[in-house]
Design a protein around this ligand. Structure first.
Ligand SMILES: [Fe+2]
Length: 492
């Protein structure tokens, strides 16, 4: 088998790749086990937990005529850094769902292009086609590997073995899909999530639900979006649920049947925030129009009386140039695409039609992949994180919403960072007191990877520890930290 060499095609460059491009720009394809990694610096003695990651990794090149497929369609490859007693073990395994198994057996790609089942090989028509390559989460003793167009895969938290490639929880969910960006309830630890295109391809149904710590569905509702658009992330406070609908829209079945792309930026469509009460039947949902934007990730959110606030990273227009536009005037604009922290606010009490408000914050800083201290989902928060750049250079950014101060961790020359994850210094540590962990890719070493541990309160001091891999880590979109005391015991 051979990947194309021409840039911009699916899996371009194969294993040699082009360091620095999307997800490393190469096919990784190799599962690794590395016991006791080399470490520079000092891993904090009491740091105990596992950093999980997942990203798209092309299992096979696409067949002739479908080579233009986008990197988002790579098969999920999960990895884990287990940190305990100042030692680190690294593991990476494919998400071995039905799609992976079928292609493995056939030794070729059988599934067509990104989220277009009409392009699949006849032998797999109507079969499970998920990639589960976007984010990992820990729930009820399992690692969930997720992508927003199917249900998750459940992986063993110690071995990353795929336990169930199409995990249905208690079987009660009415949704066919599950977001890559669920949240944790700060009080109960329940899993809060939603699925859009919940009843099938191109549908406007959004299913929203809450699952308890044992995997039982305890609440769900179905609501209608104004149109079918990419709802990559959402926000859920103690009282409200908020969806952002922006003009990256489903372009219709006819186009899909011709082999087209799932999404296109259509600026003639409105931007909406939908706000509904948590725990109800969803009939109260209100769709408020506002300024055009495309925001992919929620940094934090909260309800204050009747006011609802949501912070996201995003731009004024399409941020994904690889999705075409149906309108000739909607050419990709890199200035409008630049992501900044945006604060949405809305009054959930009013019953009259009114717009939502959107304010750009920290205007000198741009970037994306916003995160927070994950213990503060649903409640007021102080610290947000993002990968990007500003007056302090490029790197991981920490925003202090109380003081307005921004701190930067810069990885140095010829180095590029993946999204980081915040790790509390110890159980019960105050918000923001802890570490940032994430991958740094070294361009002059063919993209070799280090895992960095940075003190979140002393970011300018550099990494406290560098965990060195002898190769590129498996690809990553997002990552998730699980404290050691939450992991199940290792089976003998
Ligand atoms: Fe995401």
């Amino acid at each position: 088998m051979r990947f194309p060499t021409e840039p911009g095609l699916f899996g371009s460059g194969g294993s040699t790749g082009r360091p620095g491009s999307v997800f490393g720009g190469q096919a990784n394809r190799s599962e690794h086990t590395l016991y006791d990694c080399e470490v520079d610096g000092d891993i904090p003695d009491d740091l105990d937990g596992a950093f999980y990651r997942v990203g798209p990794d092309p299992q096979y090149p696409k067949p002739k005529g479908l080579e233009h497929d986008i990197a988002f369609d790579g098969e999920g490859h999960a990895s884990m850094f287990r940190i305990q007693n100042s030692h680190v073990d690294y593991l990476s395994r494919w998400v071995k769902n039905e799609r992976w198994q079928r292609q493995h057996k056939a030794r070729k790609s059988l599934y067509g292009v990104y989220r277009n089942p009409y392009t699949d090989d006849p032998s797999v028509r109507g079969k499970f086609r998920g990639t589960q390559n976007t984010q990992v989460w820990y729930h009820n003793g399992r690692i969930l590997a997720m992508k927003e167009d199917t249900l998750p895969a459940a992986l063993d938290p110690h071995t990353l073995e795929t336990l169930d490639g199409n995990y249905k929880f208690d079987g009660k969910l009415k949704s066919q899909t599950f977001t890559a960006h669920p949240k944790n309830d700060s009080q109960t630890g329940n899993l809060l999530a939603f699925g859009y295109e919940a009843t099938g391809l191109g549908t406007t149904d959004i299913s929203v639900f809450e699952i308890d710590k044992k995997g039982k569905t305890i609440w769900q509702a179905m609501v209608k979006a104004p149109y079918c658009s990419e709802i990559h992330d959402y926000a859920i406070t103690e009282k409200h649920i908020i969806f952002l609908v922006y003009p990256l829209a489903y372009l219709g079945e006819e186009l899909m049947k011709k082999g087209g792309v799932h999404w296109g930026w259509d600026s003639t469509r409105d931007t909406y925030l939908g706000v509904m009460r948590r725990g109800g039947d969803g009939k109260d949902i209100q769709w408020l129009k506002g300024p055009q934007t495309m925001c992919t990730h929620t940094m934090g959110c909260w309800t204050d009386g009747d006011m609802v606030y949501v912070d996201m990273d995003g731009g004024d227009a399409n941020q994904f140039p690889f999705f075409p536009s149906p309108n000739p005037n909607d050419r990709f604009d890199p200035v409008k695409a630049t992501g900044r922290v945006r604060r949405f606010s809305m009054d959930a009490s009013k019953k009259t039609v009114r717009p939502f408000d959107m304010k750009v914050m920290y205007g000198q800083y741009s970037g994306g992949l916003a995160r927070q201290d994950d213990r503060y989902h649903t409640v007021p928060y102080r610290y947000g994180f993002m990968i990007g750049g500003g007056p302090g250079g490029g790197g991981w950014l920490r925003f202090d919403h109380q003081t307005g101060k921004v701190n930067t961790f810069n990885p140095g020359p010829d180095s590029s960072l993946s999204e980081m994850c915040f790790v509390p210094r110890r159980k019960g540590a105050p918000e923001g007191d802890g570490y940032l962990v994430g991958i740094c890719s070294r361009a002059k070493e063919n993209g070799r990877s280090d895992l960095l541990i940075v003190d979140a309160q002393h970011m300018e001091d550099g990494a406290v520890a560098t965990i060195k891999l002898p190769y590129r880590a498996a690809p990553q979109v997002h990552g998730f930290w699980v404290p050691g005391d939450q992991l199940p015991p290792v089976k003998a």
